[in-house]
Design a protein around this ligand. Structure first.
Ligand code: SF4
Length: 176
């Protein structure tokens, strides 16, 4: 009988595509990938996602914010995502959040690193809907959906904390 190699499986991490050098931001810009993300990619841990593009929006696209609410309110139907011109882009944001949940379920993901302050990906802050760069406490739509599903969401300034959470996961639970 041929010997079957036991390849250890690793916990995967959902990562905003714009943090991985993909040109998916609303303005077509890119964020530099950090060393930790590059290492996770080499380890086969990274599951990239851009909720807005994969939810159906083009690049570039108009900026959008959530006037009078946060991502969780959008999920609950009590707030909408709108562009500066007032166009309602809630549907692709919800679709992007749904796709994030699908990926998390498919890959057994418990940790995500998402772009700070995005109306989709922000985990602690977003903008207040006035398009004046005014930050408010809250989450984007996809980040809120992931949190509700039990995924710990970090941002690009919290990579050390995300790495620590991942290491804890690797040592305390079965690999998925
Ligand atoms: Fe896409 Fe999220 Fe990055 Fe925006 S912040 S470009 S939705 S991955």
């Amino acid at each position: 009988m041929p010997r079957v190699e036991q390849v250890p499986r690793v916990h995967k991490v959902l990562v905003s595509r714009c943090l991985l050098g993909h040109r998916v931001r609303y303005d077509g810009g890119v964020q530099p990938a950090e060393d930790i993300l590059a290492r996770w990619a080499a380890e086969g841990r990274v599951v990239p996602v851009c909720p807005e593009v994969e939810g159906g929006l083009p690049t570039p696209r108009p900026r959008a914010e959530i006037p009078g609410g946060q991502g969780a309110d959008v999920l609950d139907g009590s707030a909408r995502v709108r562009t500066r011109d007032g166009d309602d882009v809630t549907a692709p944001y919800l679709e992007g959040a749904r796709l994030c949940l699908d990926l998390a379920a498919r890959h057994g993901i418990r940790i995500a690193v998402m772009k700070a302050r995005s109306p989709s990906c922000g985990n602690h802050e977003t903008y207040d809907g006035t398009f004046t760069a005014t930050r408010v406490t809250g989450e984007g739509v996809a980040a809120a959906a992931l949190r509700r599903a039990g995924v710990r969401v970090f941002n690009e300034d919290e990579l050390d904390a995300a790495q620590a959470a991942l290491a804890e996961l690797d040592t305390t639970s079965d690999h998925t």
